[in-house]
Design a protein around this ligand. Structure first.
Ligand code: UDP
Length: 324
């Protein structure tokens, strides 16, 4: 059982929820976050906690990472450049942070034999579709479509993490998050739910991209972090890859309509072409639905939040933020 844990990306959306839970569980928590997409506001509830140590720096600072990893029993590695918008606008930073950063984290963990959770993403399945179990083939688009750079960086992270496990014995667990959503997620980098909720509450047009028939499966962050923490306490998870997501699907048009209704909004719902939204040559996947048999079998984990709960929670979070 770990007493002190480093959470890279701990000021981010998912990271800050994990940090709060770990502190509540009595752990000492170190955070390394360069605040590129993370925000200090996300840590408002725990900033003064005596067992929290915040280091504002990049995971690519190798000596600092080495010193920090030396002080902990476990690492939860979440720091990454994420969000479709960011990947398209800042491809160099995305590739560098995700590849070099993870390499450094793995190397430091290897130096001290520190167990590690490495965050991956459903994006690695590419255009593969439905009932995506962990061994499912990946279908990537051409390199001319910048979106796929993110998936490729994360695939490389997975290969490297598994290689450290198989060749050097590093205890590593990989989790692939599927469209994780909830309070504190920002719409800045393109994420659909905070974008729709903000638009609905501001009375602005709700921008549904493409036909709106494309589907996603949304998982509440509280369900996701229970999965991560459960995996880190389970020896059988070591060396394995797990999907972390909600199997329920919804179209983006249905999502827009539900958000509008629940927010009591008069916003109109408008269709925006992918070209207008992301520029030329953008590719989206029609569906991306997890098969979570593996993690349910291991942990008895089930999602607790329905789509309605999730939307209510995100609206409840944004209402005072936007009003203030
Ligand atoms: N999307 C949308 N309107 C927006 C932002 C996103 O219709 O303002 C769509 C996007 O094209 C995709 C889905 O919502 O089909 C989910 O997008 P997001 O960027 O949240 O995550 P993705 O699953 O694409 O990684």
């Amino acid at each position: 059982m770990a007493d002190s844990i480093l959470v890279t990306g701990g000021a981010g959306f998912i990271g800050s929820h994990i940090v709060e839970q770990l502190l509540a569980d009595g752990k000492t928590v170190f955070i390394v976050d360069d605040l590129s997409t993370g925000r200090l506001d996300n840590l408002a509830a725990v900033r003064e906690h005596p067992d929290l140590h915040l280091i504002v720096d990049s995971i690519t600072n190798w000596p600092m990472m080495n010193d920090t990893v030396e002080q902990v029993d476990q690492v939860i590695h979440l720091a990454a450049a994420v969000g479709v918008r960011k990947i398209i606008d800042e491809p160099v930073e995305t590739i560098t942070t995700n590849v070099r950063g993870t390499e450094i984290v793995l190397d430091c963990c290897h130096s001290y034999g520190t167990p590690l959770y490495a965050a991956s993403t459903s994006e690695i399945y590419g255009k593969a579709g439905v009932a995506l179990h962990e061994e499912h083939d990946r279908i990537m688009g051409s390199t001319s479509h910048r979106r796929w750079a993110y998936a490729c960086t994360k695939v490389l992270d997975e290969f490297l993490a598994l290689a450290y496990h198989h060749s050097k014995g590093l205890p590593v667990v990989i989790g692939r998050f599927f469209n994780t959503v909830g309070p504190r997620q920002a719409g800045t980098w393109g994420m659909v739910l905070p974008t729709f909720v903000t638009q609905a509450l501001n009375g602005e047009p709700i921008t549904v991209y493409g036909t709106g028939e494309q589907m996603r499966s949304f998982c509440h962050v509280n369900d996701s972090i229970r999965a991560v923490l459960g995996l880190m306490e389970t020896d059988e998870a070591i060396g394995q890859v797990y999907n972390i997501g909600n199997e329920h699907e919804i179209t983006m048009m249905e999502l827009a309509e539900k958000v509008k209704e629940k927010a009591g909004s008069k916003s109109e719902i408008v269709l925006v072409s992918y070209e207008e939204a992301y520029g030329e040559g953008f590719e989206d996947m029609e569906r991306r639905q997890p098969d979570t048999t593996k993690i349910r079998g291991l942990l008895g984990w089930e999602t607790e939040y329905t789509m309605d709960d999730i939307i209510d929670d995100v609206i409840g979070y944004y209402r005072p933020v936007l009003a203030g």
